[in-house]
Design a protein around this ligand. Structure first.
Ligand code: ADP
Ligand code: MG
Length: 603
């Protein structure tokens, strides 16, 4: 038997950039050394006048008297997207009262408010100089929705803001003194006025946090009352314009609930509030053209999110699992069972595993519905303005002319009730053009001069008096809901020499490898940062959860659970500054619109 002598423990410490490599025996530990703001200052003076590349070494964390400043990513040149930076300030200095951060929803609201404050202050603080983005200080800019975002977060221990700085240069020559001015003057002043409680208006913050908590509480209370949506009295629903989501100011008529649908909710902070409760089941919104039907529906669909105080939709909320459905011809569809709606296609094409590169209006709308059901939608919103007519209705006269055997489409009117009875899925429909729907509705709301009234009884009387004479074509139930398993290899994010190419150009497009995913018809997305997070979540899902047997629904749930537990940082290795929270419905919508997607049916 050979004897091994115990080896001497080798201990060695070696510096590598800003990390220390510490070797003990065979194990190597890395220790990140925090440099001081003085080090940063010296560094900037040293690289003044050098080529832009010299900025690269700035990556790292620096201790300032009141906070830690980190540069997480350095831009390649002055025209590139500005460098990603971060400030962490301990609560011992920021001093936000416990009351503002005592629940998750309060923390999300406060962080969102801080992003907005940082945004407005940074417009003053950033002084452009030199070339390209030089001198810019900018944070991800929120719109009307209050969302969990990576731009700011707050907890018991610290406040964090993530933002962008255009590291200054003239041409490609580093302006070190300008950089120094940003780091030593602009940034500390900006941090001071936007991240310290004492420099903020406490009443505004309090109101912000309480409004969000109240709206959230109403949304959570909907199901217990058998409601799918709530629109508060006094709400301002119309927007400034089709491209400006702020409230219409001139001539906006505040919402007022019909008495028969009035509901009162007790808010945790601001007392009782009354408005219109839309019951679960099938609801029609009817009325003449230009009387506010689509505006009401649009406000409801945005009710999955909370809004900033003063938005007008502060207390317009809907069930969190409500999905807007529309026709979307030309989209790709992959292996979806659309047979509840579409059968007997020409050339005998199967519809239980239906794929196309180029869907029609009706097949796309059918696929949109089935895909949302697959991941657990609890309600649908459909506007006649964006629906395929032949998908919505087929009246008595048309039934007489074209036999069912020659019409592949089973219209939505014959499936809307089974959706509710089989799956508990409610529908709110804007439909000014077809009274046939009176037969299948539980509630009918009329919009007249932007005023809502309950016309359910009248509609039912009319339906009895003038029968539609149409035959139901839908059979007894909705049909089978089949789950799909995505094939991980079919999500390929590589492009040219790059292993991962993910980009978000606007709110409508994700570049995924060589593919472009078109999200223009996914109407409940409100911010580009959500789309960016969804792109990362697709990668995350592929790596972590896609395998031989996980269905899209299971994968979607796991992603949402990880984000709920660990925040949006769970999705990426780097700390991104511009991700915002999203729902599983919008995540799966992106996956479903990837044209390379391949799936197999479960079971
Ligand atoms: P519909 O769908 O019934 O045809 P819309 O909802 O598109 O009508 O509304 C038509 C116009 O009326 C839009 O320009 C919208 O901004 C405006 N509008 C909607 N609701 C209100 C309101 N409550 N007060 C003032 N204007 C409104
Ligand atoms: Mg309309």
């Amino acid at each position: 038997m050979r004897q091994y002598s115990r080896p001497f423990h080798r201990i060695e410490i070696r510096a590598q950039g800003q990390t220390l490599l510490c070797t003990i025996g065979l194990k190597v530990f890395t220790i990140i050394v925090m440099q001081s703001h003085e080090d940063l200052k010296q560094h900037l003076i040293r690289i003044d006048g050098k080529g832009y590349k010299a900025y690269k070494d700035l990556k790292g964390s620096y201790a300032f008297p009141e906070y830690t400043f980190s540069i997480d990513h350095v831009q390649g040149d002055p025209f590139a997207a500005p460098s990603r930076c971060r400030v962490e300030m301990p609560q011992s200095i920021a001093r936000f009262p416990d009351d503002l951060i005592r629940s998750p929803i309060r923390r999300i609201a406060l962080a969102d408010a801080l992003t907005r404050e940082f945004d407005s202050q940074s417009r003053r603080a950033s002084k452009r100089c030199g070339t390209g983005n030089s001198g810019l200080i900018e944070i991800d800019r929120p719109k009307q929705e209050v969302l969990e975002r990576t731009s700011a977060s707050v907890n018991d221990e610290r406040v964090e803001a993530r933002f962008f700085v255009g590291l200054p240069a003239k041409g490609r020559t580093i302006l070190g003194r300008e950089a120094l001015r940003i780091i030593n003057e602009s940034l500390p002043a900006l941090v001071d006025c936007s991240l310290k409680f004492k420099n903020l208006d406490p009443a505004t913050l309090q109101h912000f946090v309480e409004t969000i908590e109240d709206a959230d509480a109403i949304r959570k209370g909907l199901r217990a009352r058998g409601l799918i949506a709530f629109v508060a009295n006094g709400a301002i629903l119309p927007r400034k314009s089709g491209i400006d989501p702020r409230p219409l100011e001139k001539g906006a008529i505040p919402f007022n609930a019909p008495e028969t649908l009035a509901q009162t909710f007790e808010r945790p902070n601001q007392g009782p509030i009354t408005g219109m409760g839309i019951p679960q089941g099938v609801t029609l919104i009817v009325g003449g053209g230009y009387h506010g039907k689509s505006t009401l529906l649009r406000a409801i669909e945005c009710g999955v999110y909370n809004h900033v105080p003063g938005d007008g939709r502060d207390y317009v909320v809907c069930d969190p699992d409500i999905v807007k459905i529309r026709a979307e011809d030309q989209r790709a569809v992959t292996g979806v069972d659309i047979s509840p709606f579409i059968n007997n296609l020409p050339q005998g094409r199967a519809t239980t595993f239906f794929s196309t590169e180029n869907a029609s209006g009706s097949t796309s709308q059918a696929a949109n519905i089935v895909e949302a059901l697959e991941v657990g939608a609890k309600g649908f919103l459909i506007d006649e303005d964006t629906a395929a007519t032949n998908f919505m209705i087929r009246d008595h006269r048309m039934q007489e002319l074209i036999a069912k055997t020659h019409e592949p489409i089973t219209p939505f009117i014959d499936k809307v009730r089974p959706l509710y009875s089989d799956f508990g899925v409610s529908t709110i429909l804007v439909i000014g053009g077809s009274g046939d729907y009176f037969d299948v509705a539980d509630t009918v709301i009329a919009m007249e001069q932007y005023q809502a009234s309950d016309v359910t009884a009248r509609a039912k009387n009319i339906a009895m008096k003038y029968t539609s004479r149409r035959r139901s074509e839908g059979g007894s139930g909705f049909g089978i809901l089949r789950h799909r398993i995505p094939i991980p290899e079919s999500l390929d994010p590589s492009r040219l020499s790059r292993e991962v190419h993910l980009k978000t150009y606007d709110i409508e497009t994700i570049a995924f490898g060589t593919e472009k995913i078109d999200l223009s018809a996914v109407e409940q997305l409100v911010e580009k940062s959500q789309v960016r997070a969804i792109a990362h979540a697709m990668m995350y899902a592929k790596i972590k959860y896609m395998n031989e047997d996980a269905t899209l629904a299971e994968i979607a749930d796991r992603i949402m659970q990880d984000v709920a537990e660990q925040g949006l940082d769970a999705l990426t290795e780097e700390k991104f500054a511009d991700l915002a929270t999203f729902r599983k419905f919008e995540w799966v919508a992106a996956v479903n619109r990837l044209r390379t997607l391949k799936v197999q049916s479960k079971g």
